[in-house]
Design a protein around this ligand. Structure first.
Ligand code: ATP
Ligand code: MG
Length: 785
């Protein structure tokens, strides 16, 4: 016991040893809240409280696993195994299985994922003959989810004046009916959706006092981590369980509340004292995770939020390096900067790849980093999300590409024949496959002429197949003339993929939209770079061959254990890493444009940034790009206001980073790899570096607009439009060897030779700073001076 307590500081020790009543540990990041919970469990066990009487609730499964293994170290595995430890959803589904009959289910109930529930909602909307443009399934789904998390039953919903008025205003008065039918259908099928796991646990405890009493008795002590992010249903279930004995310990940090968009209620932490007037409150002030600089920087940031509980957090670790701020010319360059830095640090600090994390605001941002890390053979894994090219929406689009390029591609066919849904079911696909096998031809040939092959489908289905054939054909006809970007855009638009993604306003839907944009952005860059290299047209086939190579490399990497982690900031809660990169610190990305519209949203984004910085132990780097391809175009970006929120004395601008590592990677750019080729070369970077150096210093001139008067996105310069008005060669007919030109990217240069004629005429130019280049006159952007 002594030994156990020796590993804690004084306040932590007090918090651990207080076990006779409710307690709240409220403290800043890295101050040992999770450690207190872990040690408290060990302490309770040593006080002879049996493991099966302890309930510990964590926010993620990973956190639960880590806590259990830590407790095992302290008290032995045999005991730790018997603890009730897990996420709210996992613990309560376990309880519901035992008690299923009480609430009209049987214990083998199955759980719907989000897509399953959306499909059911769609079906119901159709059955009720409602317009699904008004009753958008995703929207209805999130309305139902909110109702469940607020514990509003279908009956209560239908009787609530407030709900009905809201729905009436929103022009969806029949949500109450959909909700009711939805619940009945789930119930009839003995299924629960995710929200039901909390909803029904609450119902169970409310309606069956004997059951509740049983669990109140079983859980003699209840501990909750990350309490600031609990929603009403979670809060209430804990309250019911602790109602008699009040032996509950919750830990949290109001400064890290980042889930209000999912109904988390920070008031749960603020009201703890009124719920339990006898509660003891413990504050922990010493941060053990991070260097002094990181802690101080994070403190100075969070001070900008008005609604925070005052906390004094300090570190006695080393002072450490200042937080580095790096500006990149583009999102692409941001990727290079981070990859270079990882490589440098790994060498200089003898670090392991697993000591690094790249944190971003949105999943779509991972793509650029995947490319830059791959380029340097740096192994990585994407946590809580699929690798970019493995995401469903990306695979779907790539399947279209494959089908357009090679209609005989059977796997691509099967993937998209009914995506987006066009009423061609599995039975039909089965028949097509059988017929194809019978005649030993491809699926594509069968649907080209169903009659000829006696395909046994009705006229309606035959027409649907034919329409699909025509659709793919219409794309294929563009192949010889259109660029990869043009045709990809056309496919995304005309296949219905874009429409489907844009109808969905849930967070998942938004992330799908971003990913699609990101894919198109990547193709756009790919085309531009190839053209600058002198190719006249970059087709879809060129792009596809590059992508196929990428996925091959992907599989090789899977075997390596030691990897850089990439994740969203939301997913990083509670974790720690030696070296942290927080990327995309730009207005409208972080803070996100949606959050900016309300002050509470902005404060939540700031808390998110606080969470990100406080993951770092030794090293933290913040990056932003000056231009980024998003929402279908390259936009110039402003550095995030959050950079300005951090006290300058803890930051240093890193002008050196854009020089890149040893230079080796730039020579690779010329080898024509996919992202390699993206519009860069060493000389060009020299030029960029100079520009960036001039423009970067956030310390010298206030580049950051005031929060109150921040310009809207529409005021931003569109980089494309900002380029010189006479981009191309209207006087190339006059061009002569010896002429001096000014290229928009490479600067001043002299023509040393001209080759080819008319459309394929190329100039070899010696630039003052950018070395010698071959430019295809048709496309090169320069003027003669
Ligand atoms: P977060 O708010 O990010 O969830 P936290 O408050 O839960 O952070 P912990 O993760 O428990 O903080 O602790 C941060 C780090 O500091 C961990 O590596 C932990 O082991 C270490 N630590 C905490 N307290 C002590 C201590 N008294 N002595 C040594 N190390 C400690
Ligand atoms: Mg923690």
């Amino acid at each position: 016991m002594e030994q156990l307590l020796q590993q804690l500081n004084k306040s932590q020790g007090e918090a651990v040893q207080f076990i006779d009543g409710p307690s709240l540990v409220i403290a800043g990041a890295g101050s040992g809240k999770t450690r207190v919970l872990t040690y408290k469990i060990a302490y309770l066990l040593k006080q002879d409280l049996p493991a099966q009487h302890i309930l510990a609730l964590t926010f993620t499964n990973k956190a639960a696993r880590e806590m259990r293994s830590r407790v095992s170290e302290l008290v032995g595995e045999n005991i730790a195994r018997r603890l009730w430890m897990g996420t709210f959803h996992s613990v309560f589904s376990r309880i519901l299985r035992t008690e299923a009959e009480r609430i009209g289910f049987t214990s083998n109930f199955t759980i719907f994922d989000s897509a399953d529930s959306r499909n059911l909602i769609k079906t119901i909307i159709k059955e009720l003959q409602l317009d699904d443009k008004v009753y958008k399934p995703a929207r209805i789904q999130s309305m139902i989810s909110n109702a469940k998390n607020a514990l509003v039953s279908p009956t209560a919903y239908a009787q609530s004046k407030e709900m009905l008025e809201y729905d009436m205003k929103a022009k969806v008065p029949q949500v109450k009916d959909i909700y009711k039918i939805y619940c009945n259908r789930l119930h009839a099928a003995n299924t629960m959706d995710f929200d039901d796991l909390l909803y029904y646990t609450n119902r169970l405890f409310r309606d069956h006092p004997d059951v509740l009493a049983g669990y109140q008795n079983r859980f003699q002590y209840i501990l909750v981590d990350e309490y600031q992010d609990t929603n009403f249903a979670q809060y209430l279930v804990v309250k019911q369980l602790a109602d008699i004995h009040h032996r509950v310990c919750v830990v949290g940090d109001d400064a890290q509340s980042i889930y209000s968009f999912r109904g988390a209620n920070i008031d749960n932490i603020l009201n703890f004292k009124s719920n339990y007037p006898e509660a003891r409150i413990f504050k922990l002030e010493q941060n053990y995770r991070s260097t002094q600089n990181i802690v101080n920087a994070a403190n100075s940031l969070i001070k900008q939020n008005k609604g925070q509980i005052q906390k004094n957090v300090f570190s006695e670790n080393a002072v450490g390096e200042k937080i580095e701020v790096a500006s990149a010319f583009s999102d692409f360059e941001e990727g290079v900067i981070v990859a270079n830095k990882i490589q440098d640090l790994r060498r200089s600090e003898d670090a392991s790849y697993s000591d690094f994390v790249i944190l971003y605001r949105t999943n779509a941002q991972s793509r650029v980093f995947e490319e830059s890390l791959r380029k340097k053979n740096i192994p990585y894994r994407i946590y809580g999300g699929l690798s970019f090219y493995q995401r469903k929406e990306i695979k779907d689009v790539i399947a279209y590409f494959r089908m357009v390029v090679n209609p005989k591609d059977e796997e691509a066919f099967k993937r998209i024949i009914n995506y987006p849904t066009r009423g061609i079911g599995a039975t039909t696909v089965g028949k097509v496959t059988d017929t194809a096998q019978l005649h030993n031809i491809s699926l594509w040939e069968v649907i080209n002429d169903p009659l000829k092959y006696n395909l046994n489908v009705n006229a309606g289905t035959a027409k649907k197949l034919k329409d699909f054939h025509l659709l793919i054909d219409s794309f294929a006809q563009e192949l010889p003339v259109a660029t990869a970007y043009e045709i990809a855009t056309k496919i995304v638009k005309e296949s219905g993929i874009a429409r489907e993604a844009y109808q969905d306003q849930t967070p998942e839907g938004m992330s799908r939209q971003e990913n699609l944009q990101e894919l198109l952005g990547g193709i756009h860059e790919f085309c531009e770079s190839r053209i600058e290299e002198g190719e006249s047209r970059v087709g879809l086939i060129d792009f596809l061959s590059e992508v196929s190579l990428l996925s091959d490399q992907d599989t090789d990497k899977e075997e390596e254990k030691e990897k850089v982690t990439m994740m969203t900031i939301h997913a990083s809660k509670g974790l720690e890493f030696k070296n942290v990169f927080i990327v995309g610190l730009e207005e409208d990305l972080f803070p996100s444009s949606m959050a900016k519209s309300e002050p509470r949203g902005l404060e939540e984004e700031r808390r998110l940034f606080y969470v990100a910085i406080t993951r770092a132990e030794n090293f933290c780097m913040l990056t932003y790009a000056k231009s980024r391809f998003r929402n279908g175009q390259t936009n110039s970006c402003h550095p995030s206001r959050f950079l300005r929120d951090i006290d300058k004395e803890y930051l240093k601008a890193n002008t050196g980073v854009i020089e890149g590592g040893q230079g080796g990677e730039y020579s690779q750019y010329s080898q024509g790899g996919f992202w390699d080729t993206v519009r860069r070369n060493r000389e060009e970077r020299e030029e960029l570096k100079e520009t960036v150096r001039k423009e970067t210093s956030i310390f010298e001139k206030p580049e950051f607009p005031q929060e109150t008067a921040f310009p809207s996105r529409t005021n931003f310069v569109n980089v494309k439009n900002a380029q010189p008005k006479n981009p191309v060669n209207n006087n190339i007919g006059d061009i002569q060897v010896g002429a001096t030109i000014k290229h928009e990217r490479f600067g001043i240069g002299k023509i040393v030779s001209l080759d080819g004629d008319a459309a394929s005429r190329k100039a070899t130019v010696e630039f003052e700073n950018a070395g010698t280049k071959q430019l295809l006159l048709k496309f090169a952007r320069f003027e003669i001076i």
